[in-house]
Design a protein around this ligand. Structure first.
Ligand SMILES: NC(=O)c1ccc[n+]([C@@H]2O[C@H](COP(=O)([O-])OP(=O)(O)OC[C@H]3O[C@@H](n4cnc5c(N)ncnc54)[C@H](O)[C@@H]3O)[C@@H](O)[C@H]2O)c1
Length: 241
């Protein structure tokens, strides 16, 4: 019940990892608002887990600004921000279209600027805040066919460390999680042959689950993690060590 009275925003929370994070925050009594572009999944998830859904395109600064204002008018503050929304547009670099590079950078990285920039003033005012970003081990080690995705996820790490330094004395922590391969719609798209190759690189011999990520998020937003900031924590079954 530690998060009673805390207002949380989870971007991309309509399904997958974001949904598991939103559900675990709800279980700890936080009031959770999912921001997602997919209203079908968003409305269903909100009903099923007991939170609020707002249709927000996090890659749009204006959309984020407007919806932040709406949340602040209704709830008066935002305590927890989970930057989870993300997409892939995989292609080998020489085949990669400019639109594929731009789309991934806009949804995965520019969105983190949009939300952090608009939500931070409320946290600074309250001298308390928790920001957790979903990066990826691909942002640390790179991957064939994912130059756009790796660049966006590496960008998140640098962005988060910089903001962590800026707000460290204000009771606000900013951390990033770098998952390996997690079972969601995003990884369902991978052909079985590719999955088998990836599984061989994971010491635990399997993909992780969305709850593996949600468990760490719960710790990072808790008081127990108040001295942890600017970190990147891998959850990958030992893939990168
Ligand atoms: N699944 C994995 O193996 C894995 C590994 C490492 C990192 N990640 C990262 O974790 C996060 C969640 O991944 P997932 O596997 O649950 O993905 P997913 O595709 O299942 O869910 C992503 C969610 O983000 C939403 N979204 C997409 N664009 C949006 C936008 N512009 N505005 C608002 N919402 C938007 C989608 O509608 C969807 O609900 C992503 O950032 C992803 O890059 C996932």
């Amino acid at each position: 019940m530690e998060l009673k009275g805390k207002i949380s925003i989870v971007t991309g929370g309509a399904r997958g990892i974001g949904r598991a994070i939103a559900a675990s925050l709800v279980k700890q009594m936080s009031e959770v608002i999912i921001w997602d572009i997919c209203d079908e999944d968003g409305i269903r998830t909100a009903e099923e887990i007991g939170c609020k859904f707002m249709k927000v395109d996090v890659s749009s600064f204006l959309d984020v600004k407007k919806n932040t204002k709406d949340v602040l008018e209704e709830h008066g503050k935002i305590d927890i921000l989970i930057n989870n929304a993300g997409i892939t547009r995989d292609n080998l670099l020489l085949r990669m279209k400019e639109e594929e590079f731009d789309a991934v950078l806009k949804v995965n990285l520019k969105s983190v600027f949009n939300t952090t920039h608009t939500v931070l003033p409320s946290m600074i005012k309250n001298r308390w805040g928790r920001i957790v970003n979903l990066s990826s081990i691909i942002g640390v080690i790179g991957n064939k066919g994912q130059a756009n995705y790796a660049a966006s996820k590496a960008g998140i790490i640098g962005f988060a460390k910089s903001v962590a330094r800026e707000v460290a004395t204000r009771g606000i922590t900013v951390n990033s999680i770098a998952p390996g391969f997690i079972e969601t719609e995003m990884t369902k798209k991978l052909p079985d042959t590719v999955k088998e190759v990836y599984i061989k690189t994971i010491p635990m011999g399997r993909f992780g689950t969305p709850d593996d990520i949600a468990n760490l998020v719960l710790f990072l937003v808790s008081e127990s993690a108040s001295y942890i900031t600017g970190q990147v924590i891998n959850i990958d079954g030992g893939m990168v060590m």
